[in-house]
Ligand binder design. Sequence first.
Ligand code: FAD
Ligand code: DHB
Length: 390
Amino acid sequence: MKTQVCIIGGGPSGLMLSQLLHLKGIETVVLERQSREYVLSRIRAGVLENGFVKLMREAQCGDRMDREGEIHDGFFIAHDEKMNRIDLHKYSGGNSVMVYGQTELTRDLYEARDRMNGIVIHNAEDVQPHDLKSQAPYVTYRVGDKTDRIDCDFVIGADGFHGVSRKSIPQDVLKEYEKVYPFGWLGVLSRTPPVSPELIYAKHARGFALCSLRSQILSRYYIQVPLSDRVEDWSDEAFWAELKRRLPKEVADKLITGDSIEKSIAPLRSFVAEPMRYGNLFLAGDAAHIVPPTGARGLNTAGSDIYYLYQGMVAHYLKGDSSGLDNYSEKALARVWKAQRFSWLLTTMLHTFPDSMAYDQKLQETEFNYLFSSESAQRSLAENYVGLPF
Ligand code: FAD
Ligand code: DHB
């Protein structure tokens, strides 16, 4: 098979790029290792910045998001029985975020690809890019016992952190920066009304907790857990009891609990691979960088990569101008590092670190107190949370 752009990975990054390029008349094929059902069973991001929301609309996938998503103008940071509100609207020049689940937007992107007869090949195993430095790269893969090959102009590595794309860049070219945190987030999805109309990030000596939501009848909660914990160790009852301990009493008393629909542990990691281009391979999203989820930046940063790639590809194919593709890595990484900084800052401020020294704890408290004594600090937090400009 021949196409213009072969995209490895049918997560939000790959599908979004495929959809945007299709609308400009640029051909793509998406290769996804898993079944569609599997991809749509993952519960991940919930908070979208404005830039991502606009991209969904540009991809003609925004209708359900605009109907069912919730605009949030602020969120709370709870500590010591106090609920401190960050006024996103006030401190970001009238901006806000959209609460709409990654699972739902991925479903919308798949439906759009189906409507437009986009090619998404599922259950693609042994995916391998070749001749990336040449003008005629290609990707081989196998479905069942049939192997095939896709010839293309460009390969996009949108196959997440564990994908094959980043690994096909020679080690002496790629520089990797990594920070692994000594804890994870245990997440529970439950068909219960959310405890608060706005998100609550809770800082507590027993560990961080987050109250989020997907709709007025679907809640998403997280608690910080040691890396050694396994999901099987946590019954629903134990989860709810621990969550309540970490919330202010007025919130804990209102919490409605129920059976978990999904329960999983995500380790916290910061990671960046540079450069994001190797020959005619471009990395995008989690394939190139990971943030701890605290700042809700992961999917949103994938969105800015896709925006830059989309602009670069359109200029290349429609105007013969390759400068956007040539600048892609540099431009994307500048924004990626700002998301890394913000995610690290928020993670450091809100979590309990097992081996932290008294000095670090004092600094953490000071950072926290400074935030709520300074409008400039709240403005900086709000500006980053709603998303820096693309
Ligand atoms: P992925 O979603 O990982 O998609 C990659 C796809 O490639 C997958 O479907 C995978 O099956 C496929 N693949 C992998 N290997 C291969 C291969 N060899 N061949 C073919 N296909 C392959 N971000 C936010 O912005 N806001 C949030 O609120 C937020 N909350 C989060 C909460 C949690 C608990 C977690 C874990 C993450 C959160 N994130 C959040 C991060 C966000 O989910 C990710 O950044 C996002 O999924 C990245 O999308 P992606 O398409 O780049 O990668
Ligand atoms: C959600 C996840 C996050 O990482 C975050 O910062 C906010 C919300 C969520 O899954 O709803």
